[in-house]
Write a protein that binds this ligand. Structure first.
Ligand code: GLP
Length: 262
């Protein structure tokens, strides 16, 4: 796993946006992006928006697949991930709405997982999957205990996740109990994985994911099995990593061809 430790959130955003822009440059305008909700990737989207506005990146022909969705919220509910992705990704980055997909938490949820897997496959798979991480190590909504072989399916949210996300709703009772999420094996199928984490609250999860055993107790640790996974973190989120000096050294001596255009 490549681990990039940045002095602040702005740098995290620049690095992760540059990684995504590089993939689009390599695979072409019809790139397939995996996108995430939550606060961690917000600055990255802002940075991508800046590249689009400057004419350095064109996502008008790209597709996108979101990681997850609540079950039971209308598509236009402001806290549904359908609406969140529209507001934070589709519109500001100039994607074509019909090429942006979010698991169908408001329709037939029993078939939604299979339908979503089929749609990802039909698009040729995800080129780069952007991820945040929960304080309990979840990626997407794959809570601790999730099968490392899981595919898109319905999950029950962990109490901790409902508490964490209650800040977006008027009370915890309004936070849905169920969700749809890409599985851990679905995420591993993406050709690249890019996880961003910010702040002290994520330090334990980041250390477990990067340096702990691969375990369903820290679902993000499955990324250790990915051929091309990168963690971009700020210093607070990196503070519990044991091999921190080595990670800094790797970046200091990065071969020219791996240098990002920042
Ligand atoms: C939600 C999302 C996850 C996200 C997590 C962390 O639970 N389903 O995909 O990674 O929140 O959110 P934040 O980045 O706001 O800490």
């Amino acid at each position: 796993m490549e681990i990039i430790i940045c002095p602040d959130e702005a740098r995290v955003a620049r690095v992760s946006a540059a990684k995504i822009a590089r993939v689009v440059a390599e695979v072409g305008p019809r790139a397939v992006l995996g996108v995430a909700t939550g606060s961690s990737p917000v600055a990255t989207y802002r940075e991508l928006g800046r590249l689009v506005a400057a004419g350095r990146l064109d996502l008008s022909e790209a597709s996108a697949f979101a990681l997850d969705e609540y079950v039971g919220l209308a598509y236009d509910h402001p806290q549904s991930y359908h609406d969140t992705i529209r507001r934070t990704v589709t519109e500001p980055l100039g994607l074509s709405p019909h090429r942006v997909h979010v698991p169908d938490g408001a329709g037939d949820v029993q078939t939604a997982g299979e339908r979503y897997e089929a749609a990802i496959k039909a698009a040729g798979g995800v080129d780069i999957q952007l991820l945040g991480v929960g304080a309990n190590g979840h990626i997407g909504f794959n809570e601790p205990g999730s099968s490392l072989a899981s595919r898109t399916r319905i999950k029950t949210l962990a109490p901790k996740t409902r508490q964490d996300n209650a800040r977006f709703f008027s009370s915890i009772d309004e936070v849905p109990v169920h969700c749809l999420t890409q599985g851990l094996a679905t995420i591993l199928d993406a050709r690249q994985a890019l996880l961003v984490a910010l702040g002290e609250g994520k330090a334990e999860a980041v250390a477990a994911i990067a340096e702990g055993p691969v375990t369903a107790m820290w679902p993000g640790s499955v990324l250790q099995l990915h051929q091309h996974a990168t963690l971009v973190v700020d210093e607070a989120a990196a503070s519990r990593l044991k091999l921190i000096d080595y990670y800094h050294q790797v970046q200091e001596f990065l071969p020219d061809w791996q240098e990002l255009d920042l």
